[in-house]
Design a protein around this ligand. Structure first.
Ligand code: SF4
Ligand code: FES
Length: 239
């Protein structure tokens, strides 16, 4: 049986002199299989054309639609309204990122800075010879590396992280996962000392308090804590 749900969305435009943070309340009829993406689109089409939020793929792939849903960071396109029994859903923008407007935050520039900070590319002096077959990689190691590459840079692990909220320069699980990915890759010639230079401090691998919220909330179920522990064990020996 269909029911009426209530969505309370934070509205605020930091670029407007007259805008003040407040919650706007919307009531709408729930439909079968309704996600927060569908609900928010309906609100924008029929109730409030001014409400801002981010979506691209609607399928948990692009990482654009992270937001706080009743206090927990989630992908809105993968969150069903039926999972909220009282039918009241409060939405806020992800913390730790620059607020653009309402539910829209700038994760893109943050991720770009993070990628540059951890030098998120293969470092090698090897000159590839395209006339030869690529050197094979051990399948188990390839699987483990590809597993970490499934990160969609949604920022949910960053928004969920207590350390990040206390220490603004903390690189977050997404950054440490990236470091672990290259540290495991035999194509990357960086040494442990090189990785220590990048993340061997309290804004990096030694800042994590192991609260586990990154892994608990990651929509891709990446093994974030075990990779942070892996890097911490490697780099602790250099302290
Ligand atoms: S590690 Fe998980 S939660 Fe963090 S950005 Fe990647 S996919 Fe999102
Ligand atoms: S819209 Fe792409 S992950 Fe939600």
């Amino acid at each position: 049986m269909s029911r009426t749900i209530t969505i309370r969305a934070m509205k605020y435009n930091p670029n407007s002199k007259i805008s003040k943070p407040h919650f706007a309340e919307y009531k709408l009829e729930e439909t079968d299989g309704m996600t927060l993406f569908i609900a928010l689109t309906k609100i924008r089409e029929t109730l409030d054309a001014d409400l801002s939020f981010d979506f691209v793929c609607r399928a948990g792939i692009c990482g654009s639609c992270g937001m706080m849903v009743n206090g927990t960071p989630k992908l809105a396109c993968r969150t069903l309204t039926k999972d909220f029994p009282d039918g009241v859903i409060q939405l806020m923008p992800l913390p730790a990122f620059k607020l653009l407007k309402d539910l829209s935050v700038d994760t893109g520039n943050w991720m770009n800075e993070m990628s540059k900070r951890v030098e998120s590319w293969i470092h090698t002096n090897h000159q590839p010879d395209i006339s030869k077959l690529e050197a094979p990689m051990e399948p188990k190691l390839a699987d483990e590396t590809f597993e970490l590459d499934r990160c969609i840079e949604c920022g949910i692990c960053v928004a969920a992280c207590g350390t990040k909220l206390m220490r603004p320069n903390f690189i977050g699980a997404v950054g440490l996962n990236r470091v672990a990915r290259f540290a495991m890759d035999p194509h990357d010639n960086r040494t442990d000392e090189d990785f220590y230079e990048l993340v061997g401090d309290d804004d990096g691998i030694f800042g994590c308090m192991s609260l586990l919220a990154c892994e608990d909330n990651c929509p891709k179920h990446l093994p974030l804590q075990s990779k942070i522990a892996y890097m911490r064990r490697k780099l602790a020996a250099l302290r």
